[in-house]
Design a protein around this ligand. Structure first.
Ligand SMILES: Cc1ncc(C[n+]2csc(CCOP(=O)(O)OP(=O)(O)O)c2C)c(N)n1
Ligand code: SF4
Length: 495
């Protein structure tokens, strides 16, 4: 127990009580013009105390400017109005997943997730268990007030046996509603977590201990030392219908016996002997070591970033075309992303993917306004053409646009890839014909790179030959059409 380990006097020496507001909080809170000096929390609410402990620890450790706080849905949803740190507010229960992404993308930042019990232990149970099990390098503050506060007092997974709520007016009955979930104990059955402690905001002595636990979790975060979890038993006087002082006593007398205070885990995360070394995607694909020899590796690209949407029916090789482009980009030393979207059907359903090729790190794989649309069918043309940037290009898999189709601002290249592929004897290589056309028209990547990627993907020599010819057919079509000055008219397809 934490009780036995740390004499209170020592704790009080370490952490003198301060009454001023931490500079980690904003000077004024902009949420409501009439409430710029106070939070929205009810008097006596534990969230305010938990916020103060986090803010002061960040201040003492000098980490304010390095911190990203992930706030949840629940009474603490507005934490971002108070903490003058980096802030992300996430969907209900998803804080550990978003914190995982933030920490992996920005490993030098201090990433803190803040969650209530409904958020973490009900709707977000899967997220927290898996983040802890992966030993994600994040610190999670779990404010357990045994109730859903924000929505007016429904039963939470941590509601005590016999405790009334709006959804258990008779008091929680284990036979009907199960027993309270002990999240700290549950997570401490996992191998990976580095630090798990439960503390309580029941009295000054325990608040001092909570302060120490919060600081320790943040230090672990600062030192990249693994998954840290602090469960904070916290009063909710409003929903419990108790005066503030009584609510604190309720934490001590009712909650602590059910949720004992303890340091459940305090160790370095286990070293995974025998685990395969971490490798980049380029290494896994076997292209990293050969990068310098790759065709096009030293190539200067015409544009710093090109975003492409490929769309059509499932079975037309839509997703594969996106993958080919992404792998080509990697081989040419670009940052790449590929984001597929498809329905449940393997054939004939609609499918599309987003590809981003960039000289810089890519912020999001989602593309709202692509530079290039490859529309492999009419449906996709009608659905996505308006999204293309006015300076962009649309490749349409037909001889001409539908007669009733109002030409968009973007250039249009009608490239009948399916017909050209049929002429080669295999309609399924229409996507590669389109690739040839795209490369010829935009010069975004080298044809040599496309051939190199196809060679690694296709073992069957006959099929490979077919793809080579398809690539060439796409290129030649563009050359031919450009020669007669008929390609890419803004108001049609070269008629
Ligand atoms: C997806 C989704 N489901 C349900 C809700 C409604 N909702 C908002 S807050 C909340 C419970 C929050 O309780 P808790 O996490 O314990 O935080 P507290 O308010 O007690 O601090 C619920 C169910 C929502 N906003 N979004
Ligand atoms: S309802 Fe409860 S948890 Fe929410 S702000 Fe009020 S006291 Fe705090």
């Amino acid at each position: 127990m934490a009780d036995e380990k740390v004499p209170v006097a020592e704790l009080e020496n370490d952490y003198a009580v301060k009454l001023e507001k931490s500079p980690v909080f904003y000077g004024t809170y902009e949420r409501k013009s009439e409430l710029q000096q106070q939070t929205h929390y009810c008097p006596g609410c534990g969230h305010g105390v938990a916020h103060k402990l986090i803010a002061e620890a960040l201040q003492e450790l000098g980490l304010q400017d390095k911190t990203i706080l992930v706030s949840p849905v629940g009474c603490s949803v507005f934490a971002y109005y108070y903490f003058d740190t980096g802030n992300v507010q996430v969907a209900h229960g998803r804080a550990p997943a978003v914190a995982t992404a933030l920490k992996r993308a920005c490993p030098d930042q201090v990433v803190l997730a803040y969650q209530g019990d409904g958020d973490l232990a009900a709707i977000g149970t899967a997220e927290i268990v898996h983040a802890a099990n992966r030993g994600e390098n994040i610190a999670v503050f779990f404010v357990n007030n045994a109730i859903y506060g924000m929505t007016g007092g429904q039963m939470a997974p941590t509601t005590l046996v016999g405790q009334t709520s709006t959804t258990s007016p008779w008091g929680r009955r284990p036979r009907n509603e199960g027993f309270p979930l002990h999240m700290a104990e549950l997570l401490s059955t996992l191998e990976a977590p580095a630090y798990i402690e439960r503390v309580a905001l029941s009295d000054n002595k325990n608040i001092m201990r909570a302060r120490r636990a919060v600081r320790k979790a943040i230090e672990i975060q600062r030192d990249h030392a693994g998954f840290a979890f602090v469960e904070i038993l916290s009063p909710c006087p409003t929903i419990w219908n108790l005066p503030a002082v009584e609510a604190r006593r309720w934490v001590a007398e009712k909650m602590i016996p059910v949720f004992p205070l303890n340091v459940f885990r305090d160790r370095k995360p286990p070293v995974c002997d025998g685990a395969p070394p971490q490798r980049s995607a380029a290494e896994v694909l076997g292209i990293a070591s050969r990068a310098a020899e790759q065709p096009g590796a030293a190539r200067r690209h015409r544009v710093k970033e090109l975003t492409i949407k490929v769309a059509g029916f499932g079975g037309q090789g839509i997703l594969l075309l996106g993958q080919l482009l992404a792998e080509m980009g990697m081989r040419e030393g670009l940052e790449v992303s590929w984001l597929p979207s498809y329905g449940p059907e393997m054939r004939s359903g609609s499918a599309h993917c987003h590809v981003c090729l960039s000289e810089q790190r890519i912020g999001s794989p989602l593309i709202e306004h692509p530079d290039v649309l490859i529309a492999m069918n009419e449906l996709s043309l009608r659905k996505f053409a308006a999204q293309v940037k006015p300076t962009g290009t649309i490749f349409y898999n037909r001889e001409e646009l539908p007669p009733d189709f109002a030409p968009p601002e973007a250039r249009v290249v009608c490239l009948p890839a399916t017909r050209l592929a049929d002429d080669l004897g295999a309609g399924k290589v229409a996507n590669v014909v389109m690739l040839g056309g795209l490369l010829e028209e935009t010069e975004c990547l080298a044809v040599k790179t496309a051939l190199a990627v196809l060679e690694t993907k296709i073992r069957n020599q006959q099929l490979l030959e077919l793809d080579r010819r398809a690539l060439e057919a796409g290129q030649q079509f563009i050359d031919r059409e450009a020669h007669v000055g008929a390609v890419s008219q803004p108001d049609g397809c070269g008629e």
